[in-house]
Design a protein around this ligand. Structure first.
Ligand code: GUN
Ligand code: FE
Length: 418
């Protein structure tokens, strides 16, 4: 049997409101899949390797549903600007530099190194418009052992000439070239169709990308309703559309394999389209606060049963560490609740759920240490002085104070990375 077990304090999410806490348990992995969690190792597993993490916490690993690898070097720059100015002043010039493979490789290596060492086990990544640099990103991410979706960005309008693709046909041609070059080369990295957002994609490009996604059965990632100014701009560009989401939907870009970042200002029509399509929302609280975008009503989305996870969205967000993003999701919801008597703050269980099982569902049976789930796990110290804290207390402190530096071991689909 190709199996092993991990031993420690196992914590994972059962639902938005329930977190399972199993002190001093064994989680067994066979062929990359969890076959169960037990207080004693069952006799049939006698003799398998046991990785003993003693008193450490073992969680499923965090899922980052939305981030921009090419913005890694801009982390912490331009905070206080708003989205549309920030894109022009900081983001587009930085992304243009990825025309150089040498530059791309140096930035992507640093991005990959940080992600590998922290809590993240799965990640959806936006690259840039450049085909060679996007292939390099896939090469570099493949070596980390993390499972990722990585996409070449498409944009053919309303952006500076130095980053704009010539027209829809050129953008679609490059997308085909990228997909052909990547096809069959990687185990850990798969492609995802990546229209940047409606303002920077012509109707022809969106429709072409919808056909490409359908033809190759590929997932889709983009941005939706991030700021008021952006939503108003989309309204001007598409007066015929009843809501922003409709523009993706009619191009075939909204379905269970789609993840839409932000969703701060969804209309009722958007919400219904997202629910009906089964698309995922990537809530990006660090980015939404840095760019003064707003606070998405995620408690409502959870109550409505929408699919929702978290994204670091660097460099709108200032950190790749999903432990920080989970905390900021809670803080942002607390501030929203302080101002809006109809809102309530997110619980730790809900934030942990979004960072693990909620976002994990985008990758399949991912995000819990439970029989039948892909075996992703991270062992971490919690830095508490010795004492008699219960596992519930330790979990609360962990949510409030952990960082990627606390990670001591990581498994992705049953493979131990370190
Ligand atoms: N909308 C379109 N492009 C971007 C981007 O790079 N970052 C964020 N936060 N929003 C966007
Ligand atoms: Fe983004």
């Amino acid at each position: 049997m190709n199996g092993f077990a991990v031993f420690g304090n196992i914590v994972f999410s059962l639902s938005p409101n329930r977190t399972e806490m199993l002190p001093k348990h064994y989680a067994v992995c066979e062929n990359g899949i969890c076959s169960g969690v037990f207080p004693e190792l069952p006799a049939k597993y006698a003799g398998i390797r046991v990785d003993d993490f003693g008193d450490m916490l073992i969680i499923p690993g965090y899922v980052d549903l939305h981030t921009h690898a090419a913005q890694y070097r801009n982390l912490g720059l331009g905070m206080g600007s708003r989205l549309l100015d920030w894109l022009e002043k900081y983001t587009f010039p930085e992304e243009a530099a990825f025309a150089s493979e040498e530059y791309a490789s140096s930035v992507y290596e640093c991005f990959a190194k940080e992600l590998r060492s922290g809590f993240t086990t799965r990640v959806c990544i936006l690259a840039t418009v450049h085909v060679p640099a996007t292939l390099l990103l896939a090469d570099i991410m493949e070596k980390t052992g993390l499972r990722c979706l990585a996409g070449k960005v498409n944009m053919d309008r309303n952006c500076p000439g130095f980053i704009r693709e010539e027209d829809a046909a050129a953008s679609l041609r490059d997308t085909e070239e990228w997909l052909a070059a990547q096809n069959g080369r990687f185990q850990n990295v798969s492609p995802v169709i990546t229209p940047r957002f409606v303002p920077s994609c012509s109707r022809e490009l969106l429709e072409g990308l919808g056909k490409t996604a359908d033809l190759y059965k590929l997932p889709v990632q983009s941005h939706l309703s991030e700021t008021r100014d952006e939503v108003a701009w989309v309204g001007d560009l598409h007066p015929e559309a009843k809501c922003y989401g409709e523009i993706y939907d009619r191009s075939g870009l909204l379905g269970p394999g789609s993840v839409m970042a932000h969703c701060v200002y969804l209309t009722q029509g958007d919400r219904e389209l997202i629910k009906r399509s089964g698309a995922f929302i990537a809530h990006c609280p660090t980015s939404n606060s840095n760019l003064q975008s707003g606070v998405a009503p995620v408690c409502e989305y959870l109550a409505e049963g929408m699919n929702i996870g978290l994204g670091s969205d660097i460099s709108g967000g200032h950190t790749l560490d999903m432990a920080d993003v989970i905390r900021e999701a809670i803080s942002a919801s607390e501030l929203r609740a302080a101002e809006d008597k109809n809102a309530r703050p997110l619980s730790m269980n809900e934030a942990f759920y979004m960072g693990t099982r909620g976002g994990g569902a985008f990758f399949g049976k991912v995000g819990a240490i439970e029989a039948g789930f892909e075996f992703d796990a991270v062992a971490a110290v919690d830095g508490l002085p010795p004492g008699d804290a219960t596992l519930i207390e330790r979990f609360e402190k962990f949510i409030c104070s952990s960082s990627g530096a606390d990670v001591r071991a990581k498994y992705v689909r049953g493979k131990r990375l370190f």
